[in-house]
Design a protein around this ligand. Structure first.
Ligand code: 6R9
Length: 648
């Protein structure tokens, strides 16, 4: 384990150097700390031009043995999973490693009894309840491939995903609690199932106890588990066999079913989890603030939904592979009020807290004082993921949640990368506001100019690419390897192209500047939208902003800014505010980056994972609203009409 855990900057430097100079020996050693049924014969086989990547070739394992069985000797009675329900009035549930193991084996037997075999695809459309984690692991136990679809997706989005992967089974629930609302999952699923001929069986969990009836080929979860025992041997799986499919939206076309495999994904998520968050099972080994529960495991909480990659890698697999205590939360940050996150942190004595900038901005807007009402002294590490974090949000997070004492890990990665790629290691390497900072061991980023040439030296700014494989990389797009090649390996020959731009400071720290498709060329100058948005967000009245380009006679493109204010009271003088915002931009970037138009709006259209849907904003700015494309995946589709009605 010595090698697995990075404890100092010196150890980071050494691990990084080794991982670049001799990647195979490096990952060989890391992978050896896991339980394999058969050792691999070759560590890595790769060719980015085909593209083909294989790790731990011919190795055999079962990821659930590493997430569960392996821990039973040492920590059978340690809490593996804490479930915090939507309502603070409902009791939390605690599952020890022993209990979780038993539940997973039991449900794996239910899957088998209902005709599921190794390689079959199982679609999971469930709320954030413990049974979701159990279902995911039960699939992995028998080598079935899970495809989790976020519970907020519509019936047509669900059907498209089921059909793309030809899933044989659907796991769902009568409904899901979300704040003061109930999502009628079963009704949505039934609608989807009308056009999903591949589904042979549906298993329905009772969660909200609504009055739903079963149709043909549908059975109750609670009936099925009574019919089986909890004895289920872990099936031997090849390292390169599929573990799961997870859909991510592309800039065009239908969603891409990213395929992750068992061996590399396990090794990568476990290694990055341990080191980025500096998670420790034995508190006495840890840096930092005083704590009385010596030799107790840390309590780690990631607020993502398991419907996203962050939930797969850093609620389920990464933490459990480390024998960690991981929290899953069913609800939303604003219910019953904006203090909910802090209440949960206090209640479960959370040590590592991982969330998204969009949540931080919402909390900052609504809870300046609420974070002070709760005892957050157990928090040692804060993390963010999902989009570039603006300085104001970073400062708020640092001041109000971290009390200036907690490292903040800004973790850059993607559904496609499987795990964190660029991030500081909490308390071990330095963080720098708005910078993801340094690549993790095994990750070899480069910056490219438009021609695809590597930009040497620091500081530098360009297109981010990765020139060497790491174990967590998605191996293909399900059913469409050609698209995988086109999207990720064709823009720059021999390199993985993530679609983001970045800059590197003189010490080699990376700052992600946003999607490269969000770069706007104004009068021949390349302007990244994220840095300008950061500046706007620093205005004391501004809550959030988004910038897009629109055609301009003289400049080629001009900038259109959508701005939401912290206080939606309309008494502000909008023209004066526009001048102030442009003055700020002019002062810090230059007059070239000034916004041609600034529209104040109550909300920005967001995807369910909290990313601003710039495609729609761009169309509105271009006055091309006849075809706004698919808005079904939006969290708040109602704001689109309002923005259109008030467009400038
Ligand atoms: C994990 C996840 C991936 C895209 C990625 C980038 C953006 C994620 C970021 C970040 C700046 C960070 N992104 N983390 N940008 N700083 N720390 O979010 O996966 O949903 O696939 O999104 O999100 O643009 O390319 P996914």
């Amino acid at each position: 384990m010595q090698r697995f855990q990075i404890n100092s900057y010196h150890e980071y430097e050494k691990a990084y150097k080794d991982s670049v100079e001799n990647p195979e020996a490096f990952w060989d050693e890391i992978a050896s700390s896991f339980l394999w049924k058969k050792k691999w014969t070759k560590t890595l086989e790769w060719d980015f031009t085909k593209p083909e990547v294989k790790w731990f070739v011919n190795g055999k394992l079962n990821i659930t043995e590493n997430c569960l069985d392996r821990h039973l000797e040492e920590r059978a009675n340690q809490t593996a999973l804490i479930f915090e329900p939507n309502s603070p009035n409902e009791a939390a549930q605690y599952f020890t490693y022993k209990a979780l193991h038993s539940k997973v084996c039991q449900f794996a037997n239910v899957l088998k009894a209902n005709g599921i075999k190794k390689g079959d695809r199982v679609c999971i459309y469930m709320p954030m309840v413990p049974e979701l984690t159990i279902a995911v692991l039960a699939c992995a136990r028998i080598g079935a491939v899970h495809s989790v679809v976020f519970g907020g997706f519509s019936s047509s989005a669900l059907a498209a995903r089921i059909n793309d992967a030809q899933c044989k089974m659907l796991l769902t629930a009568d409904g899901g609690f979300r704040g003061d609302k109930i999502t009628p999952l079963k009704a949505i699923a039934d609608e989807a199932l009308q056009s999903c001929p591949s589904i042979e069986k549906t298993i329905v969990l009772k969660r909200v106890l609504s009055d739903v009836a079963l149709k043909t080929n549908q059975v109750w979860w609670h009936d099925e588990i009574k019919k089986v025992d909890d004895n289920c041997p872990a099936v031997e799986i090849d390292a390169e066999d599929m573990l799961f499919i997870l859909y991510t939206s592309g800039s065009t076309g239908k969603p891409k079913g990213m395929v992750h495999t068992c061996g590399g994904y396990m090794v990568y998520t476990a290694y990055t989890f341990r080191n980025v968050f500096q998670y420790r099972c034995d508190r006495t080994q840890r840096y930092g603030r005083e704590d009385t529960r010596a030799s107790m495991p840390d309590v780690y909480w990631c607020t993502a939904d398991i419907g996203w990659i962050t939930g797969h890698s850093y609620i389920v697999y990464g933490p459990l592979a480390n024998g960690a205590t991981t929290v899953m939360f069913e609800g939303i940050p604003s219910y019953p009020d904006y203090g909910r996150f802090w209440e949960i942190c206090e209640k479960h004595r959370v040590n590592q807290f991982y969330t998204a900038p969009t949540a931080i901005r919402a909390l900052a807007k609504n809870t300046v004082n609420l974070a002070d009402n709760y005892n957050l002294k157990h928090i040692k590490t804060l993390g963010t993921v999902g989009e570039p974090i603006n300085l104001e949000a970073w400062n708020w997070y640092n001041d109000y949640v971290g009390k200036g004492k907690c490292p903040i890990v800004d973790t850059w990665w993607q559904t496609e990368t499987g795990g964190i790629m660029i991030s500081s290691l909490a308390g071990v390497t330095n963080d720098k506001p708005t910078y993801a900072t340094l690549p993790l061991p095994g990750v070899q980023p480069v910056l490219l100019d438009e021609k695809g040439n590597e930009i040497q030296g620091n500081p530098a700014e360009g297109i981010l690419a990765i020139k060497f494989p790491w174990p967590g990389l998605a191996r293909t797009i399900y059913g469409d390897h050609q698209r995988y090649k086109n999207v990720y390996f064709s823009a720059y020959k021999g390199k993985y192209f993530p679609g983001d731009g970045a800059l590197r400071d003189k010490s080699g720290n990376y700052r992600i500047t946003g999607r490269v498709d969000d770069v706007i060329i104004v009068s021949g100058h390349n302007l990244g939208t994220a840095p300008i948005e950061d500046i706007i967000d620093e205005h004391p009245l501004v809550a959030e902003s988004a910038i897009v380009g629109f055609p301009h006679d003289i400049k080629g493109n001009a900038l259109y800014g959508y701005v939401t204010l912290k206080d939606s009271d309309n008494s502000y003088n909008h023209d004066a505010l526009r001048k102030e915002i442009n003055q700020l931009i002019s002062d810090s970037i230059g007059p070239i980056a000034k916004l041609e138009k600034i529209q104040f709006t109550d909300g920005l259209p967001k995807t369910r994972s909290g990313k601003i849907m710039r495609r729609i904003l761009r169309k509105i700015a271009e006055k091309d609203t006849s075809n706004l494309g698919d808005t079904s995946t939006l969290l708040n589709p109602e704001c689109v009409q309002d923005i259109m009605d008030n467009a400038l």
